[in-house]
Structures are given as structure tokens and as C-alpha cells.
Design a protein around this ligand. Structure first.
Ligand code: FMN
Length: 212
């Protein structure tokens, strides 16, 4: 049996030591990320790496403020409390030594052009796009990064929660690449001691169907 420890040992890390991460290790992880499959090999990803703790923590402030602003719009106390209960979940990259911000461009499909040229109804176009192939490619790349990081002894957290502040984040970091949009973030560092265990998984029989 192959040794899959690097898969089973991965867990989301939300508390990091101050230990700096060598640039060559970050590059190795990004190389692993780019070895992921992508739809029609379009490699529609782009990674922005932050190592400046002040910048990373300022981003956490930006996400916290955006979160609080949304919270104020809640129509009742129950929704407000539920929303505010995840504020730490969305800002747990605070104090991470490295934050990788992941961008994606649109997955281009010739079938979409053909259907549009034929005035296909939006419903048909929605079905075509519903697999969100660009996002799936990003997910594959991020997972490669997380697994490589585990194999190299680092902790990570894959995050999309902060993206409700994506416009403010984009303005703050000042990165622009035409047609690319911010999709997710990866917090990276050496894990603090005694971080929570990986939560249990649904049993396979609940999520797998064999059709013979
Ligand atoms: C697409 C995606 C988005 C996620 N967003 C967040 C997030 O915003 N904040 C966070 O702390 N964890 C986030 N996570 C991590 C999940 O909470 C975590 O993977 C899940 O609870 C299972 O725990 P494990 O990673 O330790 O196995 C995200 C994971 C994925 C795949």
C-alpha cells in the first residue's frame, strides 16, 4: 500500500509559530501547486505571496471590519450572532508568517462561444458553467500546495471566508492582473504546538456510491 501519511496528516492550522519560512520552500510549494491538473491545461492560476507580518495583519483587520459591517446588516440577533461566531474563522491568518493569495482567470470554453453565437438561453449557459472549472483548477492547485506543505513539515489553512472583503484586499495589496480575480488564500507557517485535531470525516458509505 502506498504511504498516504502526507494526506492523512494534513489538517487546517490556524495558529502559527513566528518561525520564518525560507523563500526556496515557498517556491517549492508553489511549484507543487502548479503541478496540479487544470481544465484544458489552461493553468488559470496566479499566486501573490505576502511575508510582511504588518501587511498580513492589516489584511486581517480589513477582513474583520468587513465582517463587522456585514454583521450590522443582520435583521435579527440570531443571524448577527451566527455571523459573528465565524469572525475568527475568517481572520485566522493573522500572525501567519506567509499568506498566499490565490487568483484565477476565467476558464475559456469554445462550447460557450458556440452556444452564445446561437443565442442559447441563459439557463443552458448556466448549466455549462455550473461545474465552475476555473474554481476547480484553483482548488486542485491549493490542495497540492497544502499536501506538499504537510510533507515538508508546515501547517496551512485553505481559506475563502475572507473573500467577502476581496475588493478591499485587492486595493490594499495593489496587485492587478487583467481578467484575474481573487479566489482564496492560504495561510502557511510552522504550526503551534497542540493545535486541534483534524475533525472526523463522514463515513465512506455516506458519500460513495458504486454503480456496478
Ligand atoms: C474552499 C475552502 C474554504 C475554506 N475556508 C476557510 C476559512 O475561511 N477559514 C478557515 O479557518 N478554514 C477554512 N477552510 C478549512 C476548513 O474549515 C477545513 O478544511 C475543514 O474544517 C476540515 O478540517 P481539516 O482541514 O483540518 O481537515 C476552508 C476549506 C476549504 C476547502
Amino acid at each position: 500500500m502506498a504511504n498516504l501519511d502526507f494526506i492523512y496528516n494534513r489538517k487546517s492550522i490556524r495558529q502559527f509559530k513566528d518561525t520564518p519560512i525560507p523563500k526556496e520552500d515557498i517556491l517549492e510549494l508553489l511549484k507543487a501547486a502548479t503541478h496540479a491538473p487544470s481544465p484544458k491545461h489552461q493553468q488559470n492560476w496566479n499566486f501573490v505571496v505576502l511575508q510582511n507580518k504588518e501587511m498580513i495583519n492589516k489584511l486581517a483587520d480589513i477582513v474583520k471590519e468587513s465582517h463587522e459591517r456585514i454583521g450590522k446588516l443582520a435583521k435579527n440577533e440570531k443571524d448577527f450572532k451566527r455571523h459573528m461566531s465565524v469572525i475568527n474563522y475568517y481572520t485566522c491568518f493573522r500572525n501567519a508568517p506567509v499568506l498566499v493569495i490565490v487568483y484565477s482567470s476565467e476558464y475559456k470554453m469554445i462550447e460557450e462561444k458556440i452556444l452564445k453565437d446561437n443565442n442559447a438561453p441563459q439557463e443552458i449557459l448556466d448549466v455549462l458553467k455550473s461545474p465552475q472549472s476555473a474554481a476547480q483548477g484553483i482548488g486542485a492547485a491549493v490542495e497540492n500546495f497544502l499536501l506538499a506543505a504537510t510533507a515538508m513539515g508546515y501547517g496551512t489553512c485553505y481559506m475563502t471566508g475572507p473573500t467577502h472583503a476581496k475588493r478591499e484586499i485587492e486595493d490594499f495589496i495593489g496587485f492587478e492582473k487583467p481578467e484575474y480575480e481573487l479566489m482564496s488564500m492560504i495561510a502557511l507557517g510552522v504550526a503551534e504546538e497542540n493545535t486541534p485535531a483534524q475533525p472526523p470525516r463522514k463515513p465512506l458509505e455516506d458519500v460513495v456510491t458504486f454503480i456496478d
